[in-house]
Design a protein around this ligand. Sequence first.
Ligand code: T46
Length: 133
Amino acid sequence: MQAGLVEIPLLRDPLGAIGVVEGDALLPFEVKRFYFIRDVPSGAVRGSHAHKVLNQLIVALSGSVLVELDNGVTTQEYSLDNPSVGLHVPPGYWRTLRNFAPDTVVAVLASNEYIESDYIRDYDDFLSWSRHA
Ligand code: T46
């Protein structure tokens, strides 16, 4: 499956805006976990791992972050700076999150609970895993 941007409908009214992710149409996976990342120090790099089966939607709710996705053959960068655009990351992508702007809050919707054995944390292991996947 290819990674890609997903538009999150934003309902605006005079009192503000509500972004909604629901149903099967927007995401090709069922959401079983929500987590968020905040208070990232300047210059910090997060991620640097891949997942074997986990699907995720990554959304910068405020601020901005650069997400680099490497499928073992090619690398693509996504600048997330808009809460109505999420990045769907299917399994099999080495992800690196960098260039966090101050006060950035990143939300992640995930297809599974936290399972450490789903992580590939060594890049060479990832390359050999992706060649045989
Ligand atoms: C990903 C990127 C975007 C938990 O106990 N439960 C959780 O659901 C998560 C996500 C993390 N943790 C623990 C595991 C570590 O002791 O929190 C600590 C930091 O996790 P990690 O170093 O994996 O954080 P990131 O930001 O490098 O990666 C996270 C996700 O783990 C990962 O799936 O794609 O955000």
